[in-house]
Design a protein around this ligand. Structure first.
Ligand code: 2BA
Length: 147
């Protein structure tokens, strides 16, 4: 099976066609208050979304769990504190990323440990996401055609 994947040059495919374009990606900005971020996460249905700056560069990722953890009091979740923090106070600054011209093989490797990879233009601006789902779908399509 692995040999078949290698032989097909699937690993060298470029990632642009498999990307979810930025217009369809739910995201928040560094200086958004946490209540706004929680709203975007709940409305979008995603667990974690990218954090961008005003120049549309990727600066991190934020999850519902991180937000809830940041307002966890001793006995209850202190919802009133949601407005005291900004996204940059609680986000995770580490985010998997790659250039739009890199290969599918790299996206596949990153997707082992990350549910999505941020795709960047040559100037470092965010242009979309490569999700684990699109990576698995391509491999599945390839394996069904080659069997
Ligand atoms: P999660 O939010 O943990 O979602 C895990 C998987 O559940 C997704 O995998 C997808 O298969 C499904 N899913 C969750 N919410 C969905 C929704 N609102 N509509 C359709 N399917 C949904 P992937 O598609 O491989 O996405 C992997 C991760 O990439 C997601 O993890 C999320 O963190 C991020 N992501 C995907 N699409 C996004 C988007 N349009 N905007 C922001 N973040 C996105």
């Amino acid at each position: 099976m692995l040999q078949s994947l290698k032989d097909s040059q699937i690993m060298d495919n470029e990632i642009k066609e498999l990307m979810t374009p930025h217009e369809k990606v739910a995201h928040v900005q560094l200086n958004n208050p946490l209540d706004h971020a929680l709203l975007v996460l709940i409305k979008s249905g995603y667990t974690t979304i990218p954090v961008l700056d005003t120049e549309y560069k990727v600066r991190g990722q934020i999850s519902k769990a991180q937000i809830l953890d940041s307002i966890l009091g001793i006995e209850r979740i202190e919802m009133e504190r949601l407005h005291d923090y900004k996204v940059e106070d609680v986000m995770n600054g580490k985010v998997p990323r790659m250039n739009k011209n890199e290969t599918f093989g790299k996206a596949l490797m990153l997707s082992i440990n990350h549910p999505f990879v941020c795709i960047e233009d040559d100037d470092g601006s965010f242009i979309g996401l490569m999700t684990r789902r699109s990576i698995l779908a391509l491999i599945h399509r390839h394996l069904s055609h080659s069997s």
